[in-house]
Design a protein around this ligand. Structure first.
Ligand code: BG6
Ligand code: MG
Length: 218
């Protein structure tokens, strides 16, 4: 049975991809090349450092380590400006009722995010207090698809991986869940989230009944 749900943040609970996009685009434009929304798809679920490498590859630029550090720092400063302006209305549809439903059924709630800004974002959109544990980009050494972030969440909650369900919008995140020995709900397109046990177009479609179904399958 299901004892805990572990949530990715960006793209599952909030739509921060648009803010990452604007900040990366600003950096690209300063370096003299363009960065499109389609390019931004490649950065979803990817760490800050790796995102910068992909961006530089797109622009055909090379930077020294020191310059990379500064570029990533500046991008983050711009990104955090957007985050600071976020409010409770930016929690995606269906998220709050579902989290409340989990709480009422005593199912534990965890966050497993690559973002180093995760705690701040949860506070801004006022859902931080509902989480029993938050594992973010400051606490893991290996990025998704490595299962570390979700395994740490399960350990912190005292729950076995087979009793956890992961909610993810990124392919690497679904793979991380599978490698952790957890079931997963993909949020997005079935074509990109093949490893998920089920795929839903958005959190608005999630219900506890559906969780029970994938619980029985395992
Ligand atoms: C992930 C996002 O959740 O966090 C990525 O999907 C982002 O796009 C990554 O790059 C790291 O975020 P941050 O806030 O630490 O730069
Ligand atoms: Mg995500």
């Amino acid at each position: 049975d299901i004892k805990a749900c572990l949530f990715d943040l960006d793209g599952v609970l909030v739509d921060t991809a648009k803010y990452h996009y604007l900040a990366w685009k600003r950096l690209a434009n300063e370096m003299g090349f363009d960065f499109t929304e389609q390019d931004n798809e490649r950065l979803k679920g990817v760490s800050r450092v790796r995102s910068l490498e992909i961006l530089l590859e797109i622009g055909g630029k090379e930077l020294t380590d020191k310059e990379k550090e500064l570029a990533a720092y500046r991008k983050n400063e711009w990104y955090v400006e957007y985050v600071d302006a976020m409010g409770a209305d930016e929690v995606l549809d269906g998220v709050i009722p579902f989290l409340e439903e989990l709480k009422s059924k005593n199912i534990l709630i965890g966050l497993g995010s690559a973002s180093k800004n995760a705690q701040k974002i949860l506070e801004k959109v006022k859902i931080d207090r509902i989480f029993d544990v938050v594992i973010d980009g400051n606490m893991v050494s290996k990025a998704k698809p490595d299962p570390e972030v979700f395994l740490n969440g399960a350990i912190a909650l005292g729950v076995e991986p087979q009793n956890c369900v992961v909610f993810e919008d990124a392919e690497a995140g679904v793979e991380a869940a599978r490698r952790a020995g957890m079931r997963s709900v993909g949020i997005g397109e079935p074509e990109t989230l093949r490893l998920a046990d089920i795929v839903l177009p958005s959190m608005a479609k999630v219900s506890l009944d559906m969780l029970v179904d994938i619980g029985q399958e395992a």
